[in-house]
Design a protein around this ligand. Sequence first.
Ligand SMILES: NS(=O)(=O)c1ccc2c(c1)[C@H]1CCC[C@H]1[C@@H](c1ccc(O)cc1Cl)N2
Ligand SMILES: [Zn+2]
Length: 257
Amino acid sequence: AACSSKTRNAALHPLWQSPLTIPGGTRQSPINIQWRDSVYDPFLKPLKISYDPTTCLHIWNNGYSFLVEFDDSADKSIIVGGPLENQYRLKQFHFHWGAINDWGSEHTVDSKFYPAELHLVHWNAVDYPSFEDAVMEGNGLAVIGVFLKLGARHEGLQTLVDALPAVRHKDTVIEFDEFDPSCLIPSCPDYWTYAGSLTTPPLTESVTWIIKKKPIEVDEDQVNLNFTLLPQRCSEPVFHQQFSGKTQKLSVFSEIC
Ligand SMILES: NS(=O)(=O)c1ccc2c(c1)[C@H]1CCC[C@H]1[C@@H](c1ccc(O)cc1Cl)N2
Ligand SMILES: [Zn+2]
């Protein structure tokens, strides 16, 4: 099927009309995380995650992926610590996956793709009045990246997968509440962090990336989210480009685990 080929002519789709890389961009994402490039940073703290499940609002299929959005009108679901100067509010999370299992993640680790990658997007409500403002600022966003690998079934993810058939079509929204996304984050505190950008246009260089070192395990049916949303996936360009240009320092936080 058209979906099986790995590349797309991304040039045609209006969303990608903006440059595929920001000319002169110094901190573009995604990148290939090379263990050997990562520098242990003794000043990095553990990341503190405290989410309030009642802030979970709905699931929205925007045609490229599905997003689970949160009520970010107060400091109820926040992260603090890690490489961050202050606390950031959870706004939404979404996944990146591929049509087949041997690729799908946006970041790679030592050039290895994972079948999927979860992004939990947070914004700096201490320094900026709105999410839209924060998206444009160098320290405006903090995104936690979690790799998904094939293995045991993930019970927490299943509640989300069960709801997906109801958002099969582009621009459908269903109510989704009482979900605590910290169940999707590995308990091992180790992470890589670097100053980067949004991974798709507008590619704004406003993201402090915090990539968890350990993946979570999900089973075959759960990672084949495609079968639920395939129609949109087929029609939208899948865009997998990495930037091998010089990026910011890649630091690593690790405790023995
Ligand atoms: N794969 S990712 O996590 O790096 C990623 C990539 C692109 C975008 C997003 C997340 C979300 C979350 C921050 C901005 C928002 C979106 C956007 C950009 C600009 C806008 O004016 C509005 C919106 Cl909704 N674009
Ligand atoms: Zn993303």
